[in-house]
Design a protein. Sequence first.
Length: 365
Amino acid sequence: MTSNSAVSTSSSNIKLSCRRVWKVYGANPKSYFKGTGAVDDPSALAARMRAAGSMPAAMDVSFDVHVGETFVIMGLSGSGKSTVVRCLSRLVEPDFGSVELDGEDLLSKSGRELIDIRRHKMGMVFQSFGLLPHLSVLENIAFPLKLQGMSRAGQLERASRVIELVGLTGRESAYPRQLSGGQQQRVGIARSLAVEPQVWFLDEPFSALDPLIRRQMQDEFLRIQRVLRKSIVFITHDFLEALRIADRMAIMRDGRIVQIGTPEELILAPADDYVAQFTSEVPLIKVLRAGQCCALVGDRPAGLPRVAQQEKVEDLLVQLASSPAGVDVFGDGDAYLGTLTSASLIQSLAAVQAEPNRYDGAHYA
């Protein structure tokens, strides 16, 4: 488990790096960061800002996004999550800190350079679909390629490819008003993917959709990510949504990151009461994995089904029901870790309930 002050230091697979980013609304915000040691005590600095009538919307925010990773930022309304994602793309200018894409400092780029980066390296999807009503599905998706100066034939070929990817084949000639909400969001996703971005920003893209359509769009997002393996920053206020899609996630409160970790780490080992409250409604069976709930069995039956330690217990319930003696759990190097049984699963669930912070990243049983 990592925190805001202890982010990854390995640069070999880091796509996007955000370091000590601040965004302050008020008079002359950059004056707070003059001189060395200006942000050694972020809480004290934020208190001075508020006393002077300024509002720190993002405070000393640091994290890395790895190649091919879905990094989710979540928090309640006003927590600063949307401000942060806009700072990453410089739709909002940070007042302090650094943002690097592939090791290049985005905050030092000129306006012309930044436009080129947005057109070729970044994809953005927002809660508002933002479709152009007078353009068809195909034309909406091809529009950013037109801005890039791509040939008409190239635009149509690329747009047709992503139309198939997002499941809109047959709707190429339709206009936004003729589409459902879910279809409109698919167009927005396809348009952002048409530029073949290196990093993909999604700010609550499904929150305006009905629950059933939202679930379908999450499935679609996961399918697309399995194919493309983009580096993604995804903003949401819904923990169950984050649980479905996140490789790692950060929880924000009042402009600051409270905790960074995998969904399991945040649920099973919350950093404080705020994170614990945020995750309290999540069923534990959705996050526990086979390797965390198995137990060593000395004289186990031969021929039990084999599963990997990273398999989620929720996905193994049918197997457990059909194999009363359990399933054997194996780790790296084909090492036997233990046997997952109904009893060991119940013991693990009980251990979490009794001692929620006893999680060590390995197992409970």
